[in-house]
Ligand binder design. Structure first.
Ligand code: ZN
Length: 411
């Protein structure tokens, strides 16, 4: 599937430090130093609706990682999926009376435009679930050979008991697992399952729903097996970072890890990294509550996408926070201040700001700290807190490429 167009990334004269990240599985800090090319997988959208700020927050977090690795001198291989066939998509298509393929294509295209506007670097491989069905079938067959697959009527299930490491990615107790499994697309009450937590990997054909031929009968892939098959094919095992929103910790990432660990005998990823949730109007942004702020709606209101990007970067990626319009207007003002300072050419010493920005990003993607360093430089340059400091004649020329390459901001 076609990704979106990449922004040009300036080559920097400096090299950033190695990146350390918080790992969900070990609940600790891990230096995510790749050997050779860094390999990153981030779970993509189910394209039944437009990109909201919660999505943008997640893709921005891993864009900062992508950029921090590149700044540290590592080439990056980034893979993202599109769940272009799944229950929420089929339900929405049915509800609004649109062909599901048409709906998926339309919303995926809008997502591409949103990502491009926010200057999120595109994945090298942008892979749809439908085009990956042969990979899914192959992985199910390998899991079956390992004794991890069983049938309930026309559906195939994966037995979580097949993976000795089950539960190590999320660290949740069984009660929490059962709650999240039920809330996030699972079917804990299905009769005939060996364990209520076992997820479906192949859903037998349902009347009126799309299906594909397979050795197990006509049907379509489950959600977790889709990402496991795509990641294994395009990145191999034990890749560097598996990323996504914190609502994917369980069951999605736990099941993806299990599927691949059972067939490969090695960990799915070295680090499991999760972005926080964004609330709006007092509740987590979600389709069911209808409290969504769409990136495309902001773009259509002539909001500078760089102000949207800066608003997101004012929050550490792992925190849960609430979007307010005031924060967006503050970011518009802050960008104007930065632009005013940068337009002078000369300014306060830029070298220490570059060091601080790159160090902050390498330190578990601390964008609030990185952007605060730019605020302080702009204030010193403009003399907001006293005399204007223009002692560095090349300040803007030094800073602009770093803001672009490391923070993804054109100012
Ligand atoms: Zn996924």
């Amino acid at each position: 599937m076609r990704a979106w167009t990449s922004a040009e990334i300036p080559t920097l004269a400096v090299t950033g430090p190695e990146v350390s990240l918080h790992d969900t599985a070990t609940q600790g800090r891990v230096t995510a130093t790749p050997t050779g090319t860094a390999r990153l997988y981030v779970c993509g959208i189910t394209p039944y609706d437009a990109t909201h700020i919660g999505h943008a927050n997640t893709y921005l977090a891993f864009d900062l990682l992508n950029r921090a690795w590149r700044t540290a001198g590592h080439p990056v291989r980034y893979v993202q999926n599109v769940t272009d066939v799944d229950d929420p998509l089929l339900e929405r298509a049915d509800k609004v009376g649109v062909d599901w393929v048409e709906l998926a294509e339309r919303e995926t295209e809008l997502f591409r435009q949103d990502m491009e506007a926010l200057r999120i670097l595109p994945p090298a491989e942008y892979v749809g679930a439908v085009e990956s069905i042969p990979l899914v079938i192959d992985l199910i067959q390998r899991l079956d050979a390992a004794g991890a697959i069983y049938r309930v009527e026309d559906d195939l299930y994966y037995a979580v008991s097949a993976d000795p490491a089950f539960g190590r990615e999320s660290n949740y107790d069984r009660e929490t697992m059962l709650r999240f499994f039920g809330e996030r697309g699972g079917d804990p009450d299905r009769a005939g399952k060996k364990d209520p937590l076992d997820p479906v990997v192949w859903l037998g054909e349902r009347p009126g729903e799309p299906s594909w031929e397979s050795p197990f009968g006509p049907g379509r892939p489950g959600w977790h097996i889709e990402c496991a098959a795509i990641a294994l094919e395009h990145l191999g095992g034990a890749f560097d970072v598996q990323g996504g929103g914190s609502d994917l910790v369980f069951p999605h990432h736990e099941m993806c890890a299990g599927h691949t660990q059972v067939v490969s005998g090695e960990p799915f990823a070295r680090v499991y990294s999760h972005a926080g949730m964004v609330a709006y109007g007092g509740e987590k942004m979600s389709k069911s509550l209808g409290n969504l702020v769409f990136v495309s709606a902001l773009r259509n209101s002539d909001i500078d996408p760089m102000a949207v990007r800066l608003t997101l970067m004012r929050h550490h990626y792992r925190t849960d926070w609430e979007w307010t319009d005031d924060q967006l207007w503050q970011a518009v003002d802050d960008l104007a201040t930065w632009r005013r300072a940068l337009s002078l050419g000369a300014g306060a010493a830029a070298g220490p700001v570059v060091t601080e920005v790159l160090a902050a990003l390498a330190d578990d993607l601390d964008a609030p700290r990185a952007t605060a360093a730019v605020d302080a430089w702009a204030a010193a340059t403009l003399g907001t807190d006293g005399l204007a400091d223009t002692s560095d004649p090349d300040a803007a020329a030094t800073l602009l490429p770093v803001l672009d390459a490391a923070l993804g901001l054109t100012v």
